[in-house]
Design a protein around this ligand. Structure first.
Ligand code: NAP
Ligand code: MN
Length: 260
């Protein structure tokens, strides 16, 4: 069994990394940062997002274990106090794993397609100019959007940026994804639905640009500038991420603990 550790890098997280290497070595696990079976993150949800993106190519071969060194995370279950239990679980092969789906976005530009995967969300934002785009649902025209941007999120991403945008919190057992607006313009000329929309897995949202401004595409913590695109096709992908849970925790309890 091979493992890797991704740390936030602060002194407290670094001290847990040292402890983990020591204890995992004692149960004969091999440190392999390139090809692990187990990826342990030490930090917050942001650290977990980075780790998931780092191992996207081998995502179906790895399990992610999050040790949080701050507030309780949505993807990070263990604390430094239960590192021994984590080691024990790996040693005895006894654990509770949970699977969360990834969102896929196919960005088409001049007949070339770039594929992206998000654990939280994909956003398309123009902070400087009004963005004009057409929204299609399953290839049927739905609306013309004018405003700052749109956010498409996964169930587990629903408590992240989506929540700040007034989107619904989605229980991760639901195979669904959500579209929320970022600063839409609504008046006599322009009209959008102005409500978060939740889609079942097999459906897709297609965004077609109607202007030539540069826009920012964010995929979780990653971002890039798109200098024009033909269409962006978003749907819940068949790819998923497996997380190890400390103890089976009810999603709504986690929401309550984190936000109330
Ligand atoms: P970040 O500082 O790593 O993340 C921003 C905050 O969101 C952190 O407190 C992070 O928790 C938390 N978070 C991440 N995923 C979450 C989830 N699924 N549920 C609840 N909270 C979650 O910022 P970043 O490095 O740019 O990471 C990008 C993420 O930040 C994006 O995926 C997006 O969801 C979020 N974001 C939010 C807003 C907003 O709410 N206005 C705007 C931009 C981006 P930790 O402290 O544990 O890392
Ligand atoms: Mn961060």
């Amino acid at each position: 069994m091979k493992y890797s550790i991704i740390s936030r890098g602060d002194p407290f997280s670094a001290s847990i990394v040292v402890e983990l290497h020591e204890k995992l070595g004692l149960i004969n696990l091999i440190n392999d940062q390139d090809n692990p079976n187990i990826v342990i993150t030490v930090g917050g949800d942001g650290t977990m997002l980075k780790a998931v993106h780092q191992y996207l190519d081998i995502i179906d071969q790895v399990v992610f274990i999050g040790v949080h060194t701050g507030k309780l995370g949505f993807y990070t279950d263990f604390t430094h106090e239960n590192v021994d239990l984590l080691i024990e679980q790996i040693k005895n092969d006894e654990y509770i794993d949970i699977k969360f789906p990834l969102l896929s976005a196919n960005v088409w530009t001049n007949s070339i397609c770039e594929q992206y995967y998000a654990l939280n969300e994909i956003t398309l934002i123009n902070a400087f100019h009004t963005q004009h785009l057409d929204v299609f649902i399953n290839d049927e025209y739905f609306e013309s959007f004018q405003g700052t941007g749109l956010c498409v999120s996964t169930p587990t991403g629903s408590s992240a940026y989506n929540k700040s945008l007034g989107g619904a919190l989605l229980h991760p057992n639901l195979q669904a994804f959500q579209l929320t607006e970022i600063g839409s313009i609504n008046n006599n000329v322009y009209r959008t639905i102005s409500a978060p929309m939740i889609f079942p897995k097999e459906q897709s949202i297609i965004l077609k640009s109607k202007d030539s401004y540069e826009v920012s595409l964010t995929v979780d913590h990653e971002h890039q500038t798109l200098k024009g695109y033909d269409e962006i096709r978003c749907t819940l992908s068949d790819k998923s991420v497996v997380f190890r849970q400390f103890i089976e925790k009810d999603f709504w309890k986690r929401i309550q603990k984190s936000f109330l």
